[in-house]
Design a protein around this ligand. Structure first.
Ligand code: 7PM
Length: 276
């Protein structure tokens, strides 16, 4: 299977692609606003790349449950300078975490090669046209509701079947507007309109989604379903990344890149040994 992201073609299966999280939000929930300025975000991103990140996910809108939306001008002024600086300083692939077509378009023009769209449920196809026209990779994530309301007693008859049907329907709709499946990766959206039980069910049944023959991405890093304090979720985050990778996730989205890469490479070394 291939994943086309601009001029770069990824071949899967391959060692798990680790996406490092680069928050450029002053209220980012786990970095305490430490990396709110462009230069600090760039420094942080370069450290993640040195730690083994092959994708850097630059986001300027907090998707914390209940967080207020950020307007377009503010989001542009947060992410575009960071992407421009990064493009000049690293060859590492850059993705933009945004729900806004205008932000995605400007990010791609600045050198981002992947659009990470947490609002892949929207009726509006403007975002898909940006991906189709630019050839950028596109991550379609499942979310029930909006970040403002999603953790308000989320409910499903069968969360795994719901996400599976969502992927099938979105892939068809994307193809219909001219966005080829080769550009698309699928993400069940851990924590986005899901209880802890829903998140665990999705992780348990992740292999169900391999039937789409698209790279699967999982973002479980530091999320509250892991339990305990946010500062004490490193080990559980790594466990989830490894479990997801073993079950077919080709991409994991994490805060703690160096530690996660080390764990994944150890696991992958086992499965690449010849038997006997
Ligand atoms: C609160 C809750 C704050 C969740 C921040 C988050 C994902 C994502 C995020 C994911 C994709 C975080 C998340 N999570 N994009 N953006 N998949 N595709 O932990 O799971 O950074 S924001």
């Amino acid at each position: 299977m291939i994943w086309q992201t601009g001029d770069i073609t990824w071949q899967f299966p391959r060692p798990t692609l680790v996406m490092g999280i680069v928050n450029v939000t002053p209220d980012s929930f786990s970095d305490g606003g430490k990396f709110s300025s462009a230069d600090a975000a760039v420094d942080h991103a370069l450290q993640l790349a040195a730690g083994g990140a092959e994708l850097l996910d630059v986001g300027g809108e907090s998707t914390r449950p209940g967080a207020p939306p950020v307007d377009e001008a503010e989001e542009l002024s947060r992410v575009i300078p960071v992407i421009k600086k990064l493009v000049g300083e690293t060859d590492t692939l850059i993705s933009v975490d945004t729900q806004k077509p205008a932000v995605a378009k400007a990010a791609v023009a600045a050198g981002a090669r992947v659009i990470n769209d947490i609002a892949a449920h929207r009726a509006d196809d403007a975002m898909w046209r940006v991906a189709a026209e630019s050839g950028a990779g596109y991550i379609a994530m499942h979310m029930q509701g909006t970040p403002q309301t999603m953790q308000n007693a989320p409910e499903y008859d069968d969360v795994v079947a719901t996400v599976e049907a969502f992927f099938a329907e979105r892939l068809e709709a994307m193809a219909a507007v001219g966005l080829p499946a080769e550009q698309v990766a699928l993400d069940p959206g851990i924590g986005f309109g899901k209880t802890a039980g829903h998140n665990l069910a999705l992780l348990e049944r992740l292999t169900r989604f391999t039937r789409f023959q698209r790279p699967l991405m999982v973002g479980a890093s530091r999320k509250s379903f892991l339990g305990g304090k946010v500062t004490e979720r490193l080990d559980s985050s790594i466990a989830c990344a490894c479990r997801a990778a073993a079950d077919g996730a080709g991409i994991v989205r994490v805060h703690d890149v160096r530690e996660t890469v080390q764990a994944l490479r150890a696991m992958e070394a086992v499965s690449s040994e010849e038997g006997g």
